[in-house]
Design a protein around this ligand. Structure first.
Ligand code: UD1
Length: 415
């Protein structure tokens, strides 16, 4: 396990380029199975999670060629329909392959992804989607086998607007007979990106971004080239870095429309934010003001930004109340922040944060991807040196994180 050593208190300024979106890239990589041909993707983040997706594709029989952020996937030789258990356990999002395998080959075998660092994260909604599409589901000692002769379009009403279940419903229905209509669909921008990618491949999907998505099944899909959208959570993370360090930075290749609730909260906290085409500039005040947040499905405040904005609130003037409504166990990082001098009380889904004057360097451990990134931000503004262990969590989702932080003036080394 590697670690970051961060000497806090350096001035933060300059500009960096935001990478392609992890959460858009993962389902798009899985969707490359559907055309049984060649898919060229641009702006794909080179992170642990995308590498895991390539590993799964290779084990299924596809070939993957990667040059920096360009990836060419050839899925014409897929000959295995089982998602390897070891990889399924390592990355829950690998469940997104199931929709593609079913859509193309009408069969898929996989194991339960198991528990996770931020909550139990069941897959019941995904299985309900497959059942609704007429797919037989057999369960045997933790293994799940799905199969059917053909998929016929159906009406699917999701109990909750789950991002993954919405994506799996789209992937399984693209090549179906007839039309599938998903209601109470998740509305995240990454789902629009998946729709745009699939439509470029020749699919007939409309409505992504709203709570009703219509997928007219087509017979075949063609080879395609596609540019993945920018990462809105990486964008929010760097905005909060500047917010916590009295910094002034510019983020290029960013889409501010995707993180409106985060920008609103940072402005409420006293930051000046200037938005230009594909560019966001932030100028942070000496002292932030406390703000309250409640996480909600998109377009509400994103759960993936909860730990990051909450961390900024540890040094704000006043008391902030944070309510986490999406995942039940997303406050583990607060214990680590308390080691650095933060005053946080967690009860159930609520965290009450009393702003302190300063955080102090300490030895801490990343507990999950976004919680880990939050500790990096805390370390950058803390007095003294912080050692962050278990940074593998952070590397799952942030491309060249230490390099970008250094570009902005953070004193960080990897050991
Ligand atoms: C996606 C994102 C993740 C983000 C989350 C919520 C990817 C790769 N990951 O995860 O970064 O935090 O959306 O915005 O895009 N649930 C069930 N049963 C299911 C599925 C989900 O109960 O079958 C619950 C989950 O436990 C959670 C909630 O629904 O409480 C939201 O999960 P979901 O929207 O499915 O998140 P993911 O797609 O896993």
């Amino acid at each position: 396990m590697s670690e970051y050593i961060i000497k806090g208190g350096k001035k933060i300024s300059g500009e960096i380029c935001i990478s392609g979106s992890k959460n858009a890239a993962l389902p798009i990589i899985a969707a490359s199975i559907l055309n049984s041909g060649k898919t060229t993707l641009y702006n794909v983040p080179d992170i642990h999670d995308t590498q895991m997706m390539y590993e799964i594709l290779k084990r299924l029989g596809a070939s993957v060629t990667k040059k920096k952020n360009k990836v060419i996937i050839d899925s014409s030789r897929i000959n295995c329909y089982e998602i390897p258990e070891d990889l399924m356990r390592q990355m829950r999002s690998s469940v997104i392959f199931v929709g593609s395998l079913l859509g193309k080959y009408k069969k898929a075998t996989f194991s339960y992804p198991g528990g996770c660092d931020i909550g139990t994260r069941p897959i019941d909604l995904h299985l309900k989607v497959f059942e609704k599409l007429g797919i037989n589901i057999g369960k045997n000692y933790g293994n799940i086998s799905c199969s059917c002769d053909k998929i016929i379009g159906e009406k699917i009403d999701l109990d909750f607007p789950s991002v993954g279940a919405t994506e799996n419903a789209i992937l399984a229905s693209c090549l179906a007979e007839g039309t599938t209509i998903i209601t109470n669909a998740a509305r995240e921008p990454e789902i629009i990106d998946l729709q745009n990618f699939l439509n470029k491949m020749g699919a007939k999907i409309k409505g992504a971004g709203s709570n009703q998505i219509e997928i007219k099944g087509v017979k075949t899909l063609k080879d395609v080239g596609y540019n993945v959208m920018p990462d809105r959570i990486e964008t929010g993370t760097f905005l909060c870095l500047a917010a916590m360090t009295n910094g002034k930075i510019t983020l290029k290749n960013a889409n501010s429309n995707h993180i409106t609730p985060v920008i609103d909260k940072l402005e409420e906290a006293g930051c000046k934010i200037i938005i230009q085409k594909n560019e966001i500039e932030i100028d942070a005040p000496k002292k932030l003001k406390a703000v309250n947040i409640k996480t909600m499905p998109y377009p509400g405040f994103p759960t993936d930004m909860q730990s990051i904005v909450a961390t900024a609130m540890t040094i704000a003037k006043g008391t902030s109340i944070i309510v986490e409504n999406i995942f039940e166990n997303r406050y583990k990082y607060t214990q680590e922040l308390i080691r650095m001098g933060a005053k946080i009380n967690v009860e159930g889904k609520t965290a009450v944060i009393k702003g302190v004057r300063k955080l102090y360097g300490a030895n801490v451990k990343a507990t999950d991807l976004r919680g880990g990134a939050s500790l990096v931000l805390a370390a950058a503004c803390a007095k003294g040196t912080t050692k962050i262990e278990n940074i593998e969590y952070i590397l799952r989702g942030y491309e060249k994180f230490d390099y970008k932080l250094q570009q902005l003036g953070v004193n960080i080394i990897v050991k």
